[in-house]
Design a binder for this molecule. Structure first.
Ligand code: GDP
Ligand code: IMO
Ligand code: MG
Length: 426
């Protein structure tokens, strides 16, 4: 039965959650497979706006089982705050399942994130300070605590105490404030009680669901160019948002996956530091930020804006095996005279034929643009392809021609129904 991966193709905030919410209507399980509460996923349904960090975006449908997969790092205070907010708004989270294999984030991870950013000074990454990198580092160092460790409460208390005490020794040597070990142990013991009904062997749960004919949606957070391997290292997150990460982070195998939808904003944004070839500054940049409401859902930071970059998108097609593309936020470009699209990179007078494997090179490339005329009319009411003005269709054509991948969904507004779903052969 079908398994669809939804993956960001830029530097995040492409509108993944909106597309997931749209596709979730036809799925029984929606699974987050990596990242943590660094993600900010916004879903708008009528007058209601939901900003999700850890709970999968399919939670708004009562037929969907939302699953936090083994590849996610889970911050329990955030998870329960999010559940409480959703339940207070009438969205039941009882069905939520959390993998016993998912690693937990603890207060020392957040403190380590802040210390490491301040030590980097001007070369800081601009992380969300949520402790994501340090939690994944502990996972790889094989000293992390997992959600399943909460099942044996005495052992869990001992492990939390040991880890907190070890981290305090390091903080003491750095002259940093110390954690109140007993307070942390008690607090996390309380979280363990709350987590118990949600804990599950999600790997077997998903395989059993597949065997019973269910369809599964795998929800990526962050994006291709924030990927620890394929992104603009070191200005990346500490997990694999790319489609390969969906297998590792859910326990489904590569041959289970039938569709990989890449989400691309009709322009580009980036939060935090790092190279950005099509970045804009000045009046044009301010206009995109204002019209597109480009401020981080999690940290409130202004997102850096730029034009759509097809060199990056072609690379995202390669590393994710994209079957189709959802081109979002096209309506943000409604009132521009000229819409620029980067179709190539030039370095020292030479055209590069592929996305460079060196962030230093990426920082130096000059973009080759194709300029398209704007459409000067609101797209928000468009629901079928023929509603879209010719100029907007030219942009879609350019994306398809340049990537060789069909554009299956076009976003024309933030709400669930604000989109054009196109008939494409994948
Ligand atoms: P995600 O992290 O990829 O899920 O994206 P975010 O939720 O962080 O940011 C995308 C923002 O754009 C949200 O505020 C969405 O409500 C909004 N959005 C999504 N798709 C569209 C669209 O097609 N048009 C407009 N105008 N807004 C959109
Ligand atoms: P969604 O899922 C945009 C960025 C941070 C920083 C870098 C590393 O909403 O698209 P981290 O805290 O992960 O160690 O920070 O990654 N970043 C995101 N940028 N959208 C996100 O998530 C992001 N999650 C992390 O700004 O540059
Ligand atoms: Mg986001």
């Amino acid at each position: 039965m079908p398994v669809t991966v939804v993956v960001g193709t830029q530097w995040g905030d492409e509108g993944k959650a909106k597309v997931i919410d749209l596709l979730a209507a036809n799925h029984s399980h929606v699974v987050r497979y990596q990242g943590g509460h660094n993600a900010g996923h916004t879903v708008v349904v009528g007058s209601q706006r939901y900003a999700l960090q850890l709970v999968p975006s399919g939670v708004l449908y009562s037929q969907v089982t939302p699953v936090i997969g083994n590849g996610v790092v889970v911050d329990l205070p955030t998870l329960f705050a999010e559940i409480d907010t959703l339940q207070s708004r009438g969205v039941s989270c009882e069905r939520l399942r959390v993998s016993t294999l998912a690693h937990l984030i603890f207060p020392w991870h957040q403190q380590q994130d802040a210390i490491s950013e301040s030590l980097r000074g001007d070369s800081r990454i601009g992380t969300t300070l949520k402790g994501i990198g340090p939690a994944y580092a502990d996972k790889v160092k094989r000293i992390g605590l997992r959600a399943g460790d909460t099942r044996d409460r005495e052992r869990f208390r001992t492990l939390v105490k040991e880890r907190a005490t070890q981290e305090n020794a390091v903080f003491a040597s750095l002259g940093e404030p110390l954690l109140d070990v007993d307070e942390v142990v008690e607090r996390y013991d309380g979280f363990a009680t709350r987590l118990a009904p949600h804990l599950a062997d999600t790997v077997n749960l998903l395989h059993d669901a597949l065997a019973n004919g269910s369809s599964i949606l795998l929800e990526g957070a962050q994006a291709t160019f924030l990927d620890i391997d394929h992104g603009t290292y070191p200005f990346v997150t500490s997990s694999n948002p790319t489609a390969g990460g969906a297998c590792a982070g859910s326990g489904l195998g590569p041959r289970d996956i039938t569709r990989v939808v890449g989400i691309a904003k009709a322009y580009t944004t980036r939060v935090g530091s790092g190279p950005f070839p099509t970045e804009l500054h000045g009046e044009l940049a301010d206009r995109i930020v204002e019209v597109g409401h480009e401020f981080g859902t999690v940290t409130g930071r202004r997102r850096r804006p730029g034009w759509l970059d097809l060199v990056m998108l072609r690379h995202a097609v390669r590393v994710n095996s994209l079957t189709d593309i959802a081109l979002t936020k096209l309506d943000v470009l409604d009132d521009f005279d000229t819409i620029r699209v980067c179709v190539g990179y030039r370095l020292d007078g030479r055209i590069l034929d592929a996305y460079p494997d060196d962030a230093e090179v990426l920082a130096r490339v000059e973009c080759v643009y194709e300029d398209l005329a704007g459409w000067h009319q609101p797209l928000r009411a468009c629901r079928k392809e023929s509603d879209l003005p010719t100029q907007a269709r030219r942009l879609i054509d350019l994306v398809e021609r340049s990537t060789g991948v069909p554009v299956s969904i076009v976003g024309v507004g933030p709400e669930r129904d604000d989109c054009v779903v196109r008939e494409v052969t994948r």
